[in-house]
Design a protein around this ligand. Structure first.
Ligand code: UDP
Ligand code: MN
Length: 305
């Protein structure tokens, strides 16, 4: 299993959640768009391999194995496909993230089946230590650039950063942090870019697993007491899983995150424009510069260009 030489990776790991795909034509269509665009724009060196990891159930795995060869037919690079059983990963994950669920999951209890929405948060404890870096991607994406260029962003992480992630492009966290913002009118929590802290979107994430393993701070923040303390301080109650967790700890410890430019996760959802935030919406939604990846979140159609 050829792993990384110092500073020169030959295997590029990308992971996608891939569950209940056999039950949804909608998700299958998104999956086609995502994978065809990866194949179309992907360029790698001769000795390099793109390793595609899918976290799936039995039915989705069967479908994925059938669909992938055709979707990646046009690829000019080497690739490998690895399926991970969602049940086996959930079993490892649950004890680590159980205490987190009450702050960042819908409902009030801890639901075993929802644990997988926190995979990115504890990926460094789940995946083998040979795996140093991994990119986690949604399946409602469309690449317009080479996925290899996304991996190059790891090289731009400042010393303390463990995760690369783009800003959330709707005022959803302006809403979530409503009470904190009222009590702290001078804070930038929930404000729009470039000076504010709008929170993060989990559609495209660079997880430096090595850095996550070695960061004392990051691992302290996974402890239930630390988390409860922060959730109380910020009056935080969310339901978006990992992106809520990263958003909340990012308010307190910005240095843990390398902010990916908006073009690497150009989200298209406009739900909050119509739900009370029309006046400030554009401040969050605007994205200058090239779009490398479109993200058709909340089922938003992706432009055909
Ligand atoms: N997903 C999945 N099965 C599902 C729903 C979602 O595997 O039934 C995965 C898929 O990778 C998807 C990701 O979870 O891209 C996040 O969901 P989605 O993109 O629909 O959320 P949004 O970006 O709209 O918030
Ligand atoms: Mn998405």
């Amino acid at each position: 299993d050829g792993e990384e030489l110092e500073g020169k990776p030959s295997r590029f790991h990308a992971l996608m959640m891939f569950t209940k795909v056999n039950k949804s034509l909608n998700l299958q269509q998104k999956f086609r768009v995502t994978m065809r665009s990866v194949a179309k724009h992907g360029r790698f060196l001769e000795d390099e391999v793109l390793v595609l990891h899918y976290v799936s159930d039995a039915g989705s795995q069967e479908l994925g194995k059938k669909m992938l060869p055709e979707l990646l037919l046009g690829a000019t690079f080497q690739y490998e496909v690895v399926f991970h059983d969602v049940g086996a990963l959930t079993e490892k994950l649950f004890p680590i993230i159980e205490a987190m669920q009450k702050h960042f999951s819908a409902g009030s209890g801890t639901y075993y089946s929802d644990a997988i929405f926190f995979l990115s948060v504890a990926m460094h404890r789940i995946m083998p230590t040979e795996l140093k870096r991994i990119v986690q991607l949604d399946l409602d994406l469309k690449f317009r650039s080479n996925i290899r260029d996304l991996f190059q962003e790891f090289n731009r992480f400042p010393a303390e950063a463990v995760i690369g992630i783009a800003h959330e492009m709707q005022p959803v966290y302006r809403h979530t942090f409503w009470q904190y913002r009222k009590e702290n009118p001078k804070s930038h929590v929930g404000d729009p870019p470039p000076d504010g802290l709008p929170g993060f979107n989990s559609g495209v994430m660079l997880l430096n697993l090595d850095a996550m393993r070695h960061s004392t701070l990051y691992n302290q923040l996974l402890e239930p007491e630390r988390m409860a303390h922060l959730a109380e301080k910020y009056h935080f109650r969310g339901h978006l899983g990992d992106q809520d967790f990263f958003t909340m700890i990012g308010m307190e410890h910005r240095e843990l995150f390398y902010p990916l430019s908006c073009g690497w996760n150009r989200q298209l959802c406009t739900w909050w424009r119509e739900h009370g935030y029309g006046d400030v919406f554009q401040l969050y939604y605007r994205c200058d510069g090239p779009v490398h990846i479109y993200h058709g979140n909340c089922n938003t159609p992706i432009p055909n260009d």
